[in-house]
Each structure stands twice: as C-alpha cells, then as structure tokens.
Design a protein around this ligand. Structure first.
Ligand SMILES: Nc1ncnc2c1ncn2[C@@H]1O[C@H](COP(=O)(O)OP(=O)(O)OP(=O)(O)O)[C@@H](O)[C@H]1O
Length: 339
C-alpha cells in the first residue's frame, strides 16, 4: 500500500520527468503533460501530428526518462505480422539465420514501442499489435514472451490518406489517449527550432535528458495506487454519466453540429472501456495537481484526448470525421453543466 507521502514523492518524480523531457522538446507543454498522464495511467497512446513536429524526439526523450528500451517500427504496406517477431538472413557462411525482431529483441526491458504510420500497415499487423497491447505478451518459437512494462505509441499519417488502412473504431478504442502535436506558433520557439544547432542533432539533444528518472518497473504499482487513492464524489460521477450519455445521444442534450442530421450522426458514443480510460486519466490529472479527489476540471483537462478518437460516427459521416468530431466533443463538454 502506498502512503500519502509516497504519492507525493512520486509526484515530484513526475515533475522531474517532465523537466527532463523539456530539456529536449520545446513548445509542447500540453503534449508533455498528456504523455506524463499516459505513463502514469499505463495506457497506450495515439499520436497525432504532421511529419517533423518532433514525435520521435519526444518519444525517445520519454523512453530515456522512463528507462527500459525503445524500439521504433515503420508501417509499410508490405510489413507482415511476422516482421514484428523475427527476421531471417544469411550469415557470413551463407547459412540461414533467424533473429528476434523488434518486439522480441529487448525481452522484458521493452518499455516504449513506437509504431510510426500505423495506418500504412495491413489489418493483420494491427491485430497482432492490438493483441500485444492488450496481453503484453506474444507466443513465438514455442514459448511465451512477456512485456510487462510495454507502452505502445502509434502515429497515423494523415497527409497521404491513399494506400492506408485506417485503424477500425474498435482498435482506436484500445488507446487511452490521442495526443496532438501541432506546429509551435510562438516566434521564439520557431526561431530556436530553425536556428539553434542544438535541435539539429537529435542524439546530442537527447543526451541532455536524464536517464531513468522514473524507474519503469515500479510504474504499475504507483499507477494502481493513484487509481485507488484519488476519489470521485457522487456529483462528479453524475456529471461523468451525463457526459457519457451525451456522447451517445447528443440531440437529447440539445447538441448539434453544422450540416449534420443529429439523429443520424452517431453510431455509438464512448464505450465503457472509453469511460474508464477517461477517469483513469482524470485521476492522474488530479494527482498531478496535488488533489486527492477528481474535480470537473480534471475530467475536462483530458476529455478531448480521451474521447475524440472513440466517438463512432455512422458510415455516411465517417469521411467528415476530422471536420465534425472536434466540434461535437467541444459541444458535449460545454453543454453538460459541471457541478
Ligand atoms: N518541439 C520540438 N522540440 C525539439 N526538437 C524538435 C521539435 N520539433 C521538431 N524538432 C526537431 O525536428 C527534427 C525532426 O523531429 P522528429 O524526427 O522527432 O519528428 P517526427 O514528428 O517524428 O517526424 P516523422 O513523422 O517524419 O518521423 C529533429 O531534429 C527534432 O529535434
């Protein structure tokens, strides 16, 4: 059992984790805070952002500060599920050899796995990845390998939509948060990224990030302690239920979005898993703010990244998802009165 003092000590570690990451990543405080929330919720993450906004650099910084091993794989149309598990080659004597692939090669120490452009990989690859995410294990070469500390980060290429296999709704639902990384707008930050040579050599940049400031083997236990010690009052529960209902039947709550027939828009709102993830993240948000109970501000602080990727639209509207969902999620949040 963790005491209040231990939770407070860990909160200091979480702040130290953020400040180490800020030594490499500039202009992304919200993405960094959400990363911290994901790490302490032990949830997998979708990353949203254009190319070259620092996603890989952020993940390598996170991995360095968490400890354990980092691995990255590129989604391509010809990637097969087996490519995650092993690869074959001819050795110097011309004999065929089999070596462990990216998922297996670090064994239990694999803590950060980045699947870049996941929507370029085929559905068979997605299903293997989802199984690894859910079970944190894989059976290969007649034995089970376990990855108890694994956290998966996946990015979807949004620029070139053709030739891609979009993650189905049920797959997106398994990700705790979708974290957006936008282009920085601040002039100073833009200047730094453009002119300061520190940002041109990633390996040196990452060298500044302190290593293993969050002992990765202890994260599950502290994450569980946060969930059991941060309370949720009956009024907060009622507020969350209303948000949930509004995600299923927005028209019942007077919510409408431009050019959409509200009775035909929603296939399904958030799932029970989705709501439990929302509250898991809200509890960590509260803990980082030094509270021992969740308040509406905590739910609101994680609502968009926890909900936007798991509102399921009817097929006739799905192609307008990027245009409709932000407004819808925003209106749900603003239409439901907070206690
Ligand atoms: N906010 C930022 N802070 C620090 N470095 C950044 C930032 N944004 C971009 N960079 C720099 O830009 C370069 C590209 O970053 P990175 O490879 O992480 O981008 P990416 O989003 O993963 O791109 P891709 O999708 O093409 O892989 C790196 O040299 C990185 O240091």
């Amino acid at each position: 059992m963790h005491s209040e003092q231990q939770l407070a000590d860990w909160r200091e570690k979480a702040f130290r984790f953020e400040s180490e990451i800020e030594k490499a990543i500039v202009g992304q405080p919200r993405a960094i805070r959400l990363m911290t929330i994901a790490v302490f919720s032990r949830g997998h993450v979708l990353l949203e952002g254009n190319v070259g906004v620092g996603k890989t650099t952020l993940l390598r910084a996170v991995s360095r500060a968490v400890g354990g091993e980092y691995e990255r794989i590129e989604g391509t149309i010809d990637l097969m599920p087996a490519d995650l598990i092993y690869y074959t080659y001819l050795d110097e004597n011309g004999r065929p050899r089999v070596d462990p692939g990216p998922v297996l090669k670090h064994g239990e120490r694999l803590s950060t796995f980045f699947f870049n452009e996941i929507n370029r990989a085929r559905p068979q690859v997605h299903s293997l990845l989802l199984r690894i995410m859910a079970e944190r294990s894989v059976t290969a070469f007649n034995r089970e390998s376990r990855f108890p500390y694994l956290q998966v980060f996946a990015d979807r290429n949004r620029v070139e939509k053709e030739e891609t296999f979009e993650l189905p709704a049920a797959a997106r639902d398994r990700f705790l948060l979708e974290i957006a990384m936008d282009y920085p707008s601040d002039d100073d930050i833009l200047d730094q990224l453009t002119f300061d040579p520190r940002f041109h050599d990633v390996d040196t940049l990452l060298g500044a990030v302190g290593e293993a400031v969050l002992p990765f083997r202890e994260l599950d236990a502290i994450a569980a302690a946060i969930q059991t010690s941060i309370e949720a009052s009956p009024t907060l529960r009622a507020y969350t239920r209303n948000l949930w209902r509004a995600s299923h039947e927005p028209e019942r709550f007077g919510i409408s979005v431009a050019d959409a027939d509200m009775s035909e828009l929603i296939q399904a709102g958030a799932s029970p898993r989705g709501m439990s993830y929302l509250i898991r993240a809200a509890r960590v948000h509260a803990w980082l703010k030094g509270r021992n109970r969740v308040i509406p501000e905590d739910v609101q602080g994680v609502f968009y990244p926890a909900m936007a990727h798991r509102v399921f639209l009817k097929p006739a509207y799905e192609y307008r998802r990027d245009e409709l969902v932000p407004g819808l999620v925003d209106k749900i949040l603003h239409s439901i009165a907070a206690p």
